[in-house]
Design a protein around this ligand. Structure first.
Ligand code: UDP
Length: 240
């Protein structure tokens, strides 16, 4: 077993990642590629839980802006994450991995309910645990759900997969000389207003000393490297 930095991780996958370059819906090739990345990370011996987002199908806050009821829109968003969870489970199982899908909204025909102890047991048995339906409550995000469940299952870090290779002092798409931070403290992120996650999610991590690794999912091998603690993206934690 390779030397892993985080023996149990909570990988946060956005819904957009499931859509490949299309932004909306599913891209089977992109989902297969994510499954391969997860499989490589699993091969290090680390235990892997995944929180899936739903932004490729529905984001509740946007619908609320269009004068729709936020709670209803958020329920649709949470159900969207179950669809993503099922798609990812299918891809992982096809590649020979043992997985379990849990949902924070009871949906026993397609997913187990989220039961903390059961999730931990699955992880201990080497299963990849996919968590869906976020927290099960409206007005939250799957980033917050990732932080919450990471604490509940005692993961050592949240690995936040994004489309930039970490946190920069300026927008790297606009400023070619923007510098990537390799490490940041929670306080530095707050002082410099660096948007790592939404504030609810970020506060939960900071208050409970849960490190967040922000990294680019697009670079092959990055999930594995993040698990191993190699220099990918930016690690946000208490220590500088
Ligand atoms: N959502 C929710 N409660 C949760 C998690 C998610 O209501 O605990 C809803 C919310 O509408 C959100 C949508 O599900 O916009 C999809 O999740 P998110 O936007 O976090 O997905 P991502 O941006 O990661 O794809």
């Amino acid at each position: 077993m390779a030397q892993v930095r985080w023996p149990r991780v909570m990988l946060k996958l956005s819904g957009e990642a499931m859509a490949g370059g299309r932004g909306l819906g599913f891209d089977v090739a992109a989902i297969d590629a994510i499954a391969r990345e997860v499989g490589e990370a699993k091969a290090t011996g680390a235990e892997i839980a995944i929180m899936v987002g739903g932004g490729n199908i529905m984001r509740g806050a946007r619908t609320a802006e269009a004068d729709r009821d936020r709670s209803a829109a958020d329920s649709i968003g949470m159900l969207a994450t179950v669809q993503n969870g099922l798609a990812l489970q299918e891809a992982l199982e096809r590649q020979g991995h043992d997985t379990r899908l849990q949902s924070a909204i009871t949906m026993s025909a397609v997913a187990e309910p989220f039961i903390r102890r059961r999730a931990i047991r699955h992880l201990e048995k080497g299963r990849i645990v996919i968590l869906s339906a976020g927290t099960g409550n409206p007005y939250f995000s799957t980033d917050t759900a990732a932080a919450l469940r990471a604490l509940e299952v005692r993961a050592q870090a949240v690995l936040k997969a994004t489309n930039v290779d970490g946190i920069y002092d300026r927008d790297p798409h606009k400023h070619p000389d923007a510098r990537r931070y390799r490490r940041l403290t929670y306080d530095q992120c707050i002082e410099q207003r660096l948007g790592v996650m939404d504030l609810t999610a970020f506060t939960l991590c900071a208050e409970n000393d849960l490190p967040v690794v922000v990294f680019d999912l697009g670079a092959p091998g990055n999930v594995r490297r993040a698990v191993l603690g190699e220099d990918v993206g930016t690690v946000v934690g208490r220590e500088p």
